[in-house]
Write a protein that binds this ligand. Structure first.
Ligand code: AHM
Ligand code: MG
Length: 336
């Protein structure tokens, strides 16, 4: 039998490669791993108990909060506050960033930005959802209270990012800046096991993922690219396949493994795009670049170089196989 490497072992092994590592990031990952396991349990029984459905509140973007969103937010917040390595978090579900003010937290070097349960409108119909997280070193002094500037950093400053996908299996996929690795959760023994080492996105793909119901509202270049995807051409294996789950983590995960492009452009409904730069676009951009792909908001504009000005800022997202993102950029440029 092949030997199994658990997420815990993998993190420890890699920590040895960094002589200065103090173990704080390891501890931070333990918090995320623990909260992810609890979420896995809750999501799997969601149909059986009364925690699906709307909690009645709207989050700050005016979207209905689902009950599991609220639960996930509390779980991750508590888990991250437990150990003294995180001085504060910002969450897609909360208007303001959250300061962790205990002495041990003030000494924490890191901030975490999180979308605790992305795609949660899919929960009621048993479609995969995910947690997306992003880790930065604080810019304020260690020992002081966390500030907004700690969160408003461009994506290239991330020290780690990842997601958990609660799908037919639960998986954690993350990077600390030296490649992307995926771990599948074995619920019978309660551990994440390395299942997808060193993930690389194929340079090209034949899947495009976009909410085509919004087609009429898209910019001209995006419309033309979608038509290009649908045209017949044997040499470029078109028409491509259209796949859209409506759950960013799931759509991204599939395209990462199979090759493809995910598009959430601007539209007349969402003039700045729908997805949030800090909680969704930056972590996904970090992961795709670590896997050899590309993520842009506009031709020539790398997501990771965008300077955020507010916590809940939105931006367009085009992410996936590098050749596909380049092609899309060409269409946008030609139609501006
Ligand atoms: P959420 O964070 O409120 O769940 O919204 C984000 C989700 C993404 O997971 C998904 O890709 C996108 O919204 C789908 O949006 P749409 O329904 O407009 O296609
Ligand atoms: Mg989200």
């Amino acid at each position: 039998m092949e030997s199994i490497k658990t997420l815990g072992e993998f993190i420890l092994d890699n920590q040895k490669d960094y002589p200065d590592a103090s173990g704080e990031l390891t501890s931070l990952f333990s918090s995320i791993r623990l909260a992810a396991k609890v979420l896995h349990r809750e999501i799997n029984k969601a149909g059986l108990v009364d925690i699906t459905g709307s909690a009645g509140d709207e989050n700050i973007q005016g979207e209905q909060q689902q009950k599991l969103d609220v639960y996930a937010n509390e779980r991750f917040k508590n888990a991250l506050a437990q150990r003294g390595v995180v001085c504060g978090i910002a969450s897609e579900e909360e208007e303001e960033f959250v300061k962790f003010e205990e002495t041990k937290n003030l000494e924490g070097k890191y901030v975490v930005l999180i979308d605790p349960l992305d795609g949660s409108s899919n929960i009621d119909v048993n479609v995969s959802v995910g947690t997306i997280f992003s880790v930065y070193r604080r810019v304020s002094a260690v020992g002081s209270k966390v500030t907004e500037a700690d969160f408003l950093q461009p994506g290239h400053q991330q020290v780690a990012a990842g997601y958990v996908i609660y799908g037919s299996s639960t998986m954690m996929v993350y990077s600390t800046g030296s490649g992307v690795n995926g771990f599948t959760y074995d619920p019978t023994i309660g551990v994440f096991c390395l299942s997808h080492p060193d993930l690389q996105v194929p340079e090209d793909g034949n899947i495009y993922s976009v909410n085509e119901g919004n087609y009429i509202r898209f910019p001209e270049g995006v419309k033309k690219y979608i038509k290009y995807c649908q045209e017949e051409d044997e040499s470029t294996k078109r028409p491509y396949t259209s796949r859209y789950i409506g759950s960013l983590v799931s759509d991204f995960h599939r395209n990462l493994i199979k090759g493809g492009i995910y598009l959430y452009p601007t539209s007349s409904r969402y003039p700045d795009g729908k997805l949030r730069l800090l909680y969704e676009c930056n972590p996904m951009a970090y992961l795709i670049e670590q896997a050899g792909g590309k993520a842009i908001s506009h031709p020539g504009q790398r997501i990771l170089d965008l300077e955020p000005s507010k916590l809940h800022q939105r931006c367009p997202l085009f992410v996936g196989s590098p050749n596909m993102v380049d092609k899309l950029a060409q269409f946008i440029e030609e139609n501006e």
